[in-house]
Design a protein around this ligand. Structure first.
Ligand code: FAD
Ligand code: SIN
Length: 555
């Protein structure tokens, strides 16, 4: 593949996807999402139960996922003599700013090497030096070089390898262009389900088959939410269009537990291109290899903010950039790669080099304009150490889950690792309890009565823009009570208008995504309002200190 092809990250075409309608609208294991988390769970479970059906639903093309865009790599203790589990654990805890669950951190870091080895056995390539040793990169908050990578397109390579592995397993079906609307619980059988209902159960999902336009009921004995992140709730994001927080919103509507939604990670160095909604990322590994942030005056400013300078954890770097931009009244700062080793840069970052070149920037001659963009959701569906959500028969893994690993701020390149470890744990746990599950045939079909085709799709697009502006202007990197109150009032109005559309019009992915994003906005603002302190990614000028009380916000 030539670099310009890599730059555009083409579809990974493996001919394994199937567009036909599900033959029976029931499946033993239902997986929502075809990123690293969903695919890993599916591969493991299908291999363990060759006589059972594993179905993956995905709302666009199979490979269109956050996973595909991952650049930096996977943080894992391997090969570097100076590194230890303890150092990786400590770095994760420091970044998480007091809110990580230490047991979870330990298990992810210690189980990580085995999971990454499996990925390698399934065919994923990581860069090696001429003696065959894995090359390891460094990113913000890491005390050692421990990030395995494949050039600057690690996620593309992982997604490719997982899809190739999947192709070898006959009892997995991938159904693309199926938009999951809601998970089915007792509520759909007419029972009152509240937050305090002890045993909410998941029986499958309602999903919109975008190939036929029909809303279908899909029954499952076990369901896994692996629906990824929420980046699209902000105006500028590194996330692709699929990242609309659907799974988190569905679980919240079903009265499942959601936590730590105030901790939205802004990546410090997305390329500044005001007309591009999915911002092109300049991986932190560039700073790991010597890239330097400079303000409009050309000053290397990070030393004013943190002794770790350009490699301080992301929350610190993003806030420093935000502050520099506010001081100078500009919308970006610069990443200076001009002094970096040319050969090394071209070898490690060919995609970034080509992309910048396509925009007229030769990174060895000019600095790259960069600005923070929403990147990662540290909170999400609350899960335990086995990946179980608070809803029975529903697991969650990957970015939509809140496992306790990240706390108030995720250490760079820990999320692909977390997804692998927890997809495995979900698969182990699901295998143990599978024989105790059954289909729930009495679930009613989707009722679309009383709805009509939308007259004006523009209402949805306008509301989405308003939502993204509200979140970016009032609930960004630096917050305060007045801004949060303003945001909440605007969200209330958007919510009312959207609910009316939802009740009265035929469902479309655009409407459902808007509805989900408004819920995500609400969860972020509500959680931020409840945190009367500054910790990790949540910084409030009204509470610029840490509280003595160290606790998660659970909604
Ligand atoms: P995803 O890979 O996002 O997959 C989500 C899936 O859910 C998709 O298939 C989607 O279609 C499906 N879906 C969602 N909603 C619905 C619905 N309603 N119905 C049906 N299907 C649905 N992390 C690292 O550790 N290292 C890195 O170097 C790194 N770099 C990154 C660079 C970028 C630009 C981005 C955006 C993220 C990066 N991350 C990185 C984060 C990491 O890539 C993600 O956290 C991770 O890939 C998420 O995987 P996932 O399987 O949970 O979800
Ligand atoms: C990056 O490559 O900078 C992103 C890594 C991550 O989000 O973990």
């Amino acid at each position: 593949m030539c670099p310009t092809e890599i730059m555009r990250l083409p579809a990974i075409s493996l001919n394994i996807v199937s567009n036909q309608t599900l033959s029976m609208l029931q499946t033993d294991f239902l997986v929502i999402g075809s990123g690293i988390a969903g695919l890993t769970f599916a591969i493991k479970t299908a291999r363990r139960f060759p006589g059972k059906q594993v179905t993956i639903l995905t709302k666009t093309n199979t490979d269109e996922t956050n996973t595909k865009y991952a650049q930096g790599g996977i943080a894992v203790m391997s090969g570097n003599d100076d590194d230890t589990f303890d150092k990786h654990i400590e770095d994760t805890l420091v970044a998480g700013d007091g809110l990580c669950n230490k047991d979870i951190v330990e298990l992810v870091v210690k189980e990580g090497p085995e999971r990454v080895q499996e990925l390698i056995e399934w065919g994923a390539n990581f860069d090696k030096d001429s003696s065959g040793q894995y090359l390891q990169g460094k990113e913000g908050g890491h005390s050692e070089y421990r990030i395995l990578h494949y050039k600057d397109i690690t996620g593309f390579e992982i997604e490719r390898a997982l899809l190739a592995e999947l192709k070898t397993i006959p009892n997995i079906t991938v159904q693309n262009h199926w938009f999951v609307i809601d998970i089915i619980t007792q509520h759909h059988l007419g029972y009152l389900v509240t937050k305090s209902t002890a045993d909410i159960e998941c029986y499958g999902v309602y999903a919109l088959n975008l190939n036929t336009g029909k809303n279908e009921k899909i029954l499952a004995r076990m369901t896994v939410m692996a629906s990824g992140g929420v980046g699209q709730v902000y105006r500028s994001t590194t996330n692709p269009h699929i990242a609309t927080g659907d799974g988190i919103a569905m679980v919240y509507r079903a009265k499942g537990r959601i936590e730590n939604m105030e901790f939205i990670q802004f990546h410090p160095t997305a390329m500044y291109q005001p007309n591009r909604h999915q911002a092109f990322l300049i991986t932190e590994a560039v700073r790991g290899d010597g890239g330097i942030l400079r303000n409009q005056a050309g000053e290397a400013f990070m030393e004013k903010y943190d002794a770790r300078k350009d490699l301080a954890p992301r929350d610190i770097v993003a806030r420093a950039i935000d502050n520099e931009m506010k001081k100078s009244g500009t919308e970006y700062v610069y990443l200076d790669c001009r002094a970096m080793d040319r050969e090394k840069f071209l070898h490690h970052f060919p995609n970034i080099y080509e992309y910048c070149k396509s925009t007229g920037i030769d990174v060895f001659e000019s600095m790259i304009p960069v600005a923070p963009a929403s990147h990662y959701c540290c909170g999400g569906i609350k899960t335990n150490e086995h990946g179980q959500s608070s809803i029975r028969y529903l697991y969650a893994c990957g970015e939509c889950a809140s496992t306790g690993l990240h706390g108030a701020n995720r250490l760079a390149s820990n999320s692909l690792l977390e997804a692998l470890v927890f997809a495995h744990r979900c698969a182990e746990d699901a295998a143990q309890y599978f024989s105790q599950t059954a289909f729930k045939p009495e679930v009613p079909d989707w009722d679309a009565s009383g709805t009509n085709d939308p007259k004006e799709m523009i209402l949805i697009t306008q509301s989405l823009k308003e939502l993204q502006s509200t979140m970016s202007d009032y609930v960004g990197i630096v917050r305060n009570d007045i801004r949060l109150r303003r945001a909440m009032r605007r969200l209330d109005l958007l919510f009312e208008e959207c609910e009316q559309l939802y009740r009265e019009t035929t469902l479309s992915p655009q409407l459902c995504e808007l509805r989900n994003l408004i819920t995500i906005g609400y969860l972020i603002v509500k959680s931020a309002e409840l945190r009367h302190e500054s910790r990790g990614l949540h910084y409030s000028t009204d509470y610029p200190y840490k509280s003595e009380l160290v606790q998660n916000v659970v909604l």
